[in-house]
Design a protein around this ligand. Sequence first.
Ligand code: IVH
Length: 680
Amino acid sequence: MASAIEEQRLFAARQRSEELRSLINYHNYRYYVLDSPEIADAAYDELMRELRRLEEEFPRLIVPDSPTQRVGGEPVAAFGIVEHQLPLLSLANVFDDQELQAWYRRAENLLGQEVDDLVCELKMDGLAVALVYEDGRLVQGATRGDGRRGEDVTANLRTIRSVPLTLAEGAPRRLEVRGEVYIRKADFERLNEQRAEQGLPLYANPRNLAAGSLRQLDPRVTAQRPLDIFIYGLGWWEGGALPDNHWDALAALKALGCKVSPYNARVAGLAAVEDYHRLWLGRRPDLEFEADGVVVKVNSYRLQEQLGAVGHAPRWAVAYKFPAIQATTKLRDIQVNVGRTGTLNPFAVLEPVQVGGATVKLATLHNEDDIRRKDIRVGDTVIVQRAGEVIPQVVGPVLSLRTGEEQVFAMPGTCPVCGTPVVRPAGEAMHRCPNPSCPAQLYRLLEHFASRGAMDIRGLGEQWAGVLLAQGLVGDVGDVYYLEQERLQGLARMGEKSAKNLLAAIERSKQRPLANLLFALGILHVGGQTAALLAEHFRSLDRLAGASAEEIGEIPGVGPVVAESVRAYFAEPRNRQVLAKLRRAGVKMRLAEEQTSMAGPLAGQEFVFTGTLAAYPRSQAEALVRRLGGSAGSAVTKRTTYLVAGEAPGSKLKRAQQLAVRVLDEAEFQELVATAEKAE
Ligand code: IVH
């Protein structure tokens, strides 16, 4: 009898394991080959766990081609294939303190001794690569591939600035280092925004963007992507000596010129690992790259060797994962709001779901093409993702859960706010409401006009823009400067004091720098950086307004599309009227000769530049600093706050060191600017 029940259980288990294998293989393919996952990592992990559990209980179900028996997917054939001299292993996952403790006990039991010396690292969410150096020179770089064989992406890896092409003196004659290529969250968002504007398919997450960038057949494309790397270990080495433990080896690699993560920590005992995990789980939103967990490694190479590996995962290391930042939920509806330049922005209305500790009800959908490409339909079960602290995104539908009831989305033919027929200019990805007096556009424009970084009119955008429009007190941004105390006081919930405060804030805004004004006008394609370039070059609004598209396009960093958009803005009679109102009201329209004491997050800080910056010409970097309220000096003095040192810095660097002026490299400068822009 018992054996009949056993038989039955085995039969059920066999069926389920086959099902799981084909599911996992499919998702492996989506993830590794197509770089386009369909389900959340957490859901995938759960499938793998279920299969592993079944195979543990019924070992005879294990077949050589089970996904548990291999590390990743098939390499694509277009690159050369590299046989790894030593396989690149993957990591077993644990999800809570208990599982971590079980891993640790097992290691101690196997070794028959206490293991106190551990290294904790962040598990970067990028892609693994192996770099081979011979006589100190980079000779080969490959992706992990399936662990044994990867793709030869040497030419692409060479384009990553943080990958050393030559190592410092003292390297073993041959060695292989391993690391993670990744892309920063902010860069990911910026690139995806550009792609959305151009109507190109979007990347689902920074990891896919890093993978897609590294696996470009044209290294020049890779070179344009802001890829970075952290070296997290040694593969093998010959003809030389290296330390006998991971921590010291990392220090040695760092000394040889490799980029090693600054977040690594050598800790004693498991409690410290748990603390490290908690700490970085809390700080995860502040990290500039995505990390999906903590890697814990036994430090001693001798003990590592003794522990060995099971299947494709070493016993001496484990990944303690962070909770998923993806989740699945139902897409209830797709709605559209109207942006400041009239763009129709579709967004998802979701059944509320917890993602990485926050409830998500709405998510962006970028544009109609993107919805089509991802084949997202109303009624779908969709994967929702919060990348960092930004607006949640819909990654895509779970096709296997389709019922057939789902509705394909179509952009409305008329503006949902004013009813004007929408247009989609040739070559653009966004639909637009062409009516410049559309109340939705006016509202967003007013909000933008008053925002920090623009005219910075406290209280206007967030509180009163809607009321002022609804009451007919303003019909365009020029009217803001003609508001009267009496009319304002008559508004519901606006007392004498708040009316006075609002008017005072409006008055102060007349003195904002020209770049802020240009940004505030909401000219299509003119963001903060372009506004700074235009202001710097033309130095007065009148001169800019009189310029041809060719003249505008001559500024380095301003393309023809932007130039034409600026020209068209100033050609429009309605806009000229607005500008006339601003002028009459006394709004400053020229570049101030003295750039001191401007409002802005960098106010009071003086920047001096030396050497070549990779990302922008120096004039542009200086304009950027000024737009954010800082000043740009030409020589290092006691008053200099920062010296920004690019490639091949000059004598200013020495001077800065003598005067103990803080020196920033380009990455630090960019970070500071990004933070300042956020604070705006
Ligand atoms: S160690 C045997 N350290 O995680 C050790 N891996 O599933 C294997 N990863 O393919 C790698 N950060 O792409 C290690 N600090 C880190 C890591 C890390 C990210 C990735 C790596 C690897 C995967 C393991």
